[in-house]
Design a protein around this ligand. Sequence first.
Ligand code: ATP
Ligand code: MG
Length: 183
Amino acid sequence: MRFTRLRLNGFKSFVDPTDLVIADGLTGVVGPNGCGKSNLLEALRWVMGENRPKAMRGAGMEDVIFAGAASRSARNFAEVNLMIDNSDRLAPAGFNDSDSLEIVRRITRDAGSAYKVNTKDVRARDVSMLFADASTGAHSPALVRQGQISELINAKPKARRRILEEAAGISGLYQRRHEAELK
Ligand code: ATP
Ligand code: MG
């Protein structure tokens, strides 16, 4: 599974639909302070199911919606769309019947988030499971936030273990066990 394109629409400072093409190899994003580099990374985490507003540097999840500027009024929804090349057919069962996957998350003011995979409505947990098995996702250690290295160095052993488990790709198993125990 490989990310090929991220599309933002009304997400934070990206008020107009914006495509970030993620080609093979290394993609660099450069620009002056405040131009939206971190917002791009946050959009990637968000479409994969991030649910902690704090991880989006907001007080509530609706803070990801474009809040307006001097010349533009605020938006009522934000949408992020992630295209994934699944030609290696490594997506988990239920998502593995096509060569590409399109994940969409949309949040509407006062109506919360909704997810789609290849135009089909899905639950948040389906999306998080899709990525957990591929050992990526909203909490993936492959996505390193500003300031996260020093957090890792200062982490308590339990928190550090969680990071290693996520990297090892076994956190999907924990989620399934947790759900099985609740049933
Ligand atoms: P740095 O180089 O300082 O790390 P950056 O390129 O990572 O900067 P970001 O933090 O991604 O920049 O972008 C911050 C910008 O996004 C600010 O100008 C902020 O006002 C804007 N922003 C954040 N949330 C919203 C929102 N909901 N609506 C409109 N603009 C927003
Ligand atoms: Mg930044």
